[in-house]
Design a protein around this ligand. Sequence first.
Ligand SMILES: [Zn+2]
Ligand SMILES: [Zn+2]
Length: 407
Amino acid sequence: MEVEFLGGGEEVGRLGIFVKSNGIPLLFDYGLTPGEPPEYPKQSPPVDSVFLSHAHLDHSGMIPWLSTRYDVPVLSTVVTQEVSKILYRDTLKIAGASGYPFPYGEIDVNRAIENFSAVKPHQTVEVNGIEVECHPSGHIPGSLMFEMKNEETLFACDINTIDTRLLTGAKAVKCRNLFLEGTYSGHEHPERKQLERDFIAKIDEIVDRGGKAIIPAFAVGRSQEMAMILADSGYEVWIDGMSSKVTEILLEYPEYIRSEKDLRRAIESLNVVYSSRGRALAMKGDVIITTSGMMNGGPVLGYVDKLCNDGKSAIILTGYQVEGTNGRRLLETGEIKMYGITKKINCEIEFFDFSAHAGHSQLVEFARKCSPENVVIFHSEDREPLAEEIKDFANVYTPKNGEKFEI
Ligand SMILES: [Zn+2]
Ligand SMILES: [Zn+2]
């Protein structure tokens, strides 16, 4: 099988894995890196089908571009498709507002949506004689790993192996070649239950001193998980942005989450912002969960604008912050770029490692259980620590973007 990373080999973002097996060209994910300006993968050659692991833009964001050019089926779960529709429309809005040229528009988004073809976890589909089995990946609702049967190859593009409040962790799949994301290569996560306790203690501290906690959160998964953690806190919690639309989708397809009952209860315990009046009310509450998770747009910027000089309030980041995003800038410099100007943030800045990705040891354990001959590590800013450990039991590949190789 021939392989080329069109992007996303040596970075977290703009992933595209081009594969040619028995002369059949396929693509696994095709995303972009949101940022100012956004970054794109190399142009994909024509392919027969594209397998989309999940809705995050670094995996899905370039599928509209692909769809108009090659008119190919896009295989993913119904949840990924429903969420992608919302994300694409939002991406076009953000792109329009940012002023940077963008590689596609409304027509391309509609074409992508027409080409969506739904698959289910544990289903095996056939594309030009190649069988592909879908496995849940535990990363966000609707996310999948793809197992190409003829090549005994597993594509684990963003996985989480632990159970969270929202999802059940991914299980290993025996394979010969394992394509493994390495976001947290060299980095361990804190124990989840303890992390939740520390998180609530931090919110107690902020509210006690008269401040508000702004929680920028990804619309898919993280917002719902935060809502579930805060459901019994007794605080006035507001949720704003795309998250409520996404929650409605998740409740429509409850087979993709761990407990419909718990999610429903959590959502009913908090207040939803529907309008600017809702935003004014939210400012009087205690906690605001809002998009976007990396602070590159969305209502979070409005809240931060109002609270950035309030030393009693805090911004609590809860997920991976890609290089070049406002969230990363905030953690590294205490500043963000807002509406074209750099702004110093004078409230407390906190980071809680609620990851949707497996940590270092969890990745190693997952790889070991798959008992592969070869492991290709990608989707990482530093693949070395993971490569070093996996070398003990498999051949390790760390290809660069644009480097063609056989496996
Ligand atoms: Zn992801
Ligand atoms: Zn990713």
